[in-house]
Design a protein around this ligand. Sequence first.
Ligand code: 5MM
Length: 346
Amino acid sequence: MNEKILTDTVARLVTPPKGILAIDEGTKTCAGRFEKLGVPNTEEKRREYRELLITAPGIEQFISGYILFDETIRQKAKNGVTFTSILQSKGIEIGIKVDAGPLDFTDHPGEKVTSGLEGLSERLKEYKKLGATFAKWRAVYTIGEAVPTAACMKKNAEIFVKYVELCQEEGIVPIVEPEILMDGDHSLEKCYEVTSVNLQVVFDALKAAKVFLPGLILKTNMILPGKDSKVAVFNREIAQSTVRCLKEKVPAEIGGIVFLSGGQKDEDAVINLDLMHQSLIGPLPWPLSFSYSRAIQNPVLRTWGQNPGQVTRAQMLLVAAARNCSLASVGKYQHEDFKKLSRHPQ
Ligand code: 5MM
């Protein structure tokens, strides 16, 4: 394993004031998002939309890496230039989602384990040839009466270990994404408890396997109440609980932490990150930034979906959203958090 290649890539990905843009929606997820806007979910429409995202002028000031989907890493812009060379020419790192999605966890109703280890080593070699320098693997956990179980957390952690080992062997930085979903009416405290236990399980497994911690990035949820919870919470409470949980459970030596937005209101994802960088929180042991999909893409997709001719307008919205996240990643986003309750849930 070449540790320097890994730490150099990590540094390029998480050096402030930049973060990562996730555009790795699978075909099914695209279908859901496109259909709401009346856009046909064809390969050409997905290509057209991704071209808009990849060619947005100036985006490289705020975004260090794009996470692509298998289809996208092979596609080209209308003028014949590959998406990967466009990203490389802007100095943007190429990432790739390498998991094959969640499957039912046998004998554990309501729980999922992530699939995709089969053939992963060969796929990583191919993605590397296509220009990928980092990868992403996501496991999802629902909070419910008796879930997630210890068995589910352990199983997903073992799978994360194998994924991380294969990526690092190939010189590809693994992003480990254990996502505690917002589905349900649980409290912020419950989310704290579950995230905390799960991070412990994940990092115990990674440490026991002696993976190279500085050569990996954690992508995690913030500590939030469930989306059906009736209790309003302050953004400040979310920011403080999140940082406290991460400081307790995430080893200081990992390369960095980025957040998923998870279905929060777009601006909340920005405000919460911003607050984590305010003095009320104190020094952070790792770089802490964003890797949002919805919180950045929502206004862009809406605009383009309603009027596919408005590419320039949609690209301006993309760059503006990425700029806000970038400002938040260094605590410089202007907002009025302290005066109002979070508008969460959406
Ligand atoms: C883009 O969504 C990713 C998963 O897509 P599929 O469900 O289609 O495989 C997801 O992993 C995403 O990268 C992160 O969860 C961040 O997305 P949000 O919208 O939560 O910021």
